[in-house]
Every structure is written in structure tokens, then in C-alpha cells.
Design a binder for this molecule. Structure first.
Ligand SMILES: NC(=O)N[C@@H](O)C(=O)O
Ligand code: NI
Length: 166
């Protein structure tokens, strides 16, 4: 028996409890380089906590997920944020949950457009990268350094995501 999860569009307001949306928000824009470039400034902050910790930039090549999809677990990173920005202009799924006494509550699923990224703040419960449709590349900024930066939680009763309409 599983519980079905609806998919909502990703918006800054809906995602605020979990982190930031990386998108060309006009409110953040300033012209630079003699007016030839629009800088969307300080959309979020990359965090790396602990002695010897650093923010690193990675490329993730995610295989498309098949549906219906079972969310059997969630993870969080206690020592750093984690940012995913799509590089192929394709949408992807973002699955997050509020913390409820040290465990994830009911997951919330957001459809990110191909021109939106997300930055999970430290300790945000999330499901690992979920590419859609075909193999997709992402720029990922997260934390490298000593210590275990991964905490996983497995649900007694998993959740199910139906096939998204792209
Ligand atoms: N394991 C890893 O580097 N990636 C996950 O943390 C993820 O959220 O995709
Ligand atoms: Ni992660």
C-alpha cells in the first residue's frame, strides 16, 4: 500500500521552507558589463559547514526516472547546501519534505521548469536527483569535506508519484 503524491509547479513561495529557486527573477537583476549582461544577483547561498569544508561544483548526468515512481526514502545533508541547475533546458522533479521530529514528513513534489534550479538549504529532506524524459545534465554545487554529509531515512509505507505530464 502506498500513498499517491501530487505534483505542483515549482514556485519561490512554495519552495521557501526548503531552500531557494534559482531563476531569472527580475527583482534580482542588475545590468553589468556595460549593459551587455543581466546579472541576477545573489539568488541563493551555497553553504559548506565544518573545518576543511568547501563548496564544490560538479556535473551530474542523471538518467530519466520511470513512472509510476516509488519514493521509499529521503535524504538530507547536515553539513552543506545542495544546488541543482539543469543544463539541457529540460524539466525535472524536486521532492522535498519538512522535518518532523527528526524524520521527514509527507513528501511534496514540485515540477521544476527547464529554466529553474533549486538550492536545498542545509538539512532539507529531499529525494536524490530526478531527471525526466531523457538523460539530463545538471550543474551541482554542494559540500565536500570531512565527516558524513548524508543522512537517509526509509519510510515504513512508501509513496508513489504518477507519470508527470511534460
Ligand atoms: N549523492 C549525491 O551526491 N547526490 C544526492 O545528494 C542527490 O541529492 O542527488
Ligand atoms: Ni542530496
Amino acid at each position: 500500500m502506498t500513498q499517491h503524491l501530487d505534483i505542483l509547479p515549482l514556485t519561490k513561495a512554495a519552495f521557501a521552507p526548503f531552500g531557494d529557486v534559482i531563476e531569472t527573477d527580475p527583482a534580482t537583476m542588475r545590468f553589468i558589463n556595460g549593459g551587455t549582461t543581466e546579472r541576477f544577483h545573489a539568488l541563493s547561498t551555497a553553504e559548506a559547514i565544518g573545518d576543511g569544508a568547501r563548496v564544490i561544483l560538479n556535473l551530474f548526468r542523471g538518467q530519466a526516472r520511470a513512472f509510476p515512481f516509488t519514493i521509499e526514502m529521503m535524504e538530507r545533508h547536515p553539513f552543506g547546501s545542495q544546488c541543482f541547475v539543469p543544463l539541457n533546458g529540460r524539466p525535472f522533479l524536486v521532492v522535498v519534505a519538512r522535518d518532523e521530529d527528526g524524520r521527514p514528513g509527507k513528501p511534496q513534489v514540485f515540477m521544476a521548469r527547464g529554466d529553474q534550479g533549486v538550492n536545498y538549504r542545509v538539512n532539507t529532506w529531499h529525494y536524490p536527483l530526478m531527471a525526466l524524459g531523457e538523460q539530463s545534465d545538471f550543474l551541482v554545487a554542494d559540500r565536500d569535506g570531512p565527516g558524513n554529509n548524508l543522512v537517509e531515512f526509509f519510510f515504513d509505507t512508501p509513496f508513489t508519484i504518477g507519470a508527470p505530464t511534460l
